[in-house]
Design a protein around this ligand. Sequence first.
Ligand SMILES: [Zn+2]
Length: 61
Amino acid sequence: MREEDSKICIVCGQGDREGIRIMRSFICHSCESEMVNTPVEDQRYPYFVQQLKQLWVHTEG
Ligand SMILES: [Zn+2]
């Protein structure tokens, strides 16, 4: 299993960007910074949270 092959952003689905790896998932810098700068009251916020929840679901098996 090669970790380097799984650099597909869980938010935007892009696989050719630099970013960070969380658990076994990946988030590109673009989406990471967008999430950080998204206020809780923003309508996109629930979507980001939902995507992030997948990270923990994966580790639960
Ligand atoms: Zn992304």
